[in-house]
Write a protein that binds this ligand. Structure first.
Ligand code: NAD
Ligand code: LMR
Length: 316
């Protein structure tokens, strides 16, 4: 199993690479980034971070070989590619403000990846997530089942972590689902939130749950406010979990940005829905029942993504 991570000289990409290596299911991780020129000197962040990560192998106990490069030939025949290349947002920005800067980066990176790995599976992380996944799909020429975006696992993890803290319960026991685009209009689903199979509403009142839902929707922005740039530990871990599910054909069900062709009444866009992930990529979109209120919230979130697609087409 060969896995490539692009943007691996940066925060999210390097976390994805190290998390995959630590889980020890892949033969190698190829970490790609740009050569950075500064004051007549050249720096190679992907090579530096990969070397540093490989030197953790004897201590952290893994065999996965992490190699840094700036050359896409080294990525040839990758089974899975993760794209984290692009700008992160700064305080005061929305994810959509990254559209014009990141669309060309994601297109360019995707074309280079598929040139050397024509049958690969692509997991997109760059923001704005649902739009960048669409860009990667179009640029790749791959079937939509092989191009997907990471956001739902992260958003759900934030929701689960907030609930675990509030209820003084283990985060391991909290199962939950968030649908929709990766933005403030995402749709946390209390009806599909349980603690070891028990509906979460057994443990928490509506007012407190609504507070947690609101905090979750703005969870990325909370971290940008604290750090001046966006998060990387939980996003990196979430992307690595998708890679593991694909690599090991685990048939796990996760919320991921998937291309919809009529499912949930939505068409020709990428948006977060539950999918079954395995060796071929998205094996199934799990079309759960939504009540009228949930469907309306999903439609609003999808409308936001659709508006972004219009902007994308205008800028292309
Ligand atoms: N989907 C999510 O849930 C989620 C979560 C966190 C971050 N993100 C997004 O992930 C992206 C990366 O965030 P970060 O914090 O790691 O940023 P970062 O600045 O730390 O890293 C980005 C890296 O991309 C590299 N890069 C830029 N253009 C490139 C190109 N053409 N080819 C190869 N590498 C290139 C940069 O050199 C840099 O090292 C951002 O767009 C951010 O918004 C998404
Ligand atoms: O918030 C961001 O800009 C990064 C990412 O989408 C996140 O949710 O952490």
């Amino acid at each position: 199993m060969k896995i490539t991570v692009v943007g691996a000289g940066g925060n999210v990409g390097s976390t994805v690479a190290l998390t995959i290596a630590q889980r020890d299911f892949a033969k190698e991780v190829i970490a790609v980034d740009l050569e950075i020129k500064k004051d007549d000197k050249s720096f190679f962040p992907s090579k530096g971070r990969a070397l540093d990560q490989w030197q953790t192998a004897p201590v952290l106990n893994f065999d996965t070989r992490v190699r840094g490069t700036v050359d896409y030939e080294d990525t040839a025949n990758s089974d899975i590619c993760v794209i984290t290349a692009g700008l992160p947002r700064k305080p005061g920005m929305s994810r959509d403000d990254l559209l014009s800067a990141n669309m060309n980066i994601v297109k360019d990176v995707t074309e280079k990846l598929v040139k050397h790995s024509p049958d690969t599976i692509i997991v997109v992380v760059s923001n704005p997530l649902d739009l960048m996944t669409y860009v990667a799909w179009k640029a790749s020429g791959l079937p939509a089942t092989k191009v997907m975006g990471m956001a739902g696992i992260l958003d759900t993890a934030r929701y689960r972590a907030f609930l675990a803290e509030e209820l003084n319960l283990s985060p391991k026991d909290i199962q939950a689902l968030i649908l929709g685009g990766h933005g403030d209009s995402m749709v946390p689903m209390p009806r599909y939130t349980t603690v070891s199979g028990i509906p979460v509403t057994h443990f928490i009142g509506k007012e407190k749950l609504d507070e947690i839902i609101e905090r979750t929707k703005k969870g990325g922005g909370e971290l940008v406010g604290l750090m001046g740039t966006s998060a990387w530990y939980a996003p990196g871990a979430a992307a690595a979990q998708m890679v593991e599910a694909i690599a090991l054909d685990q048939n796990r069900i996760f919320p991921c940005a998937a291309y919809l062709d009529g499912e949930f009444g939505l068409k020709d866009l990428y948006v977060g829905v539950p999918v079954r992930l395995g060796r071929e990529g998205i094996k199934e979109i799990v079309e759960i029942d939504l009540n009228d209120e949930e469907q309306e919230l999903l439609n609003t979130s999808a409308d936001h993504v659709r508006q972004g697609l219009e902007d994308l087409k205008r800028l292309s």
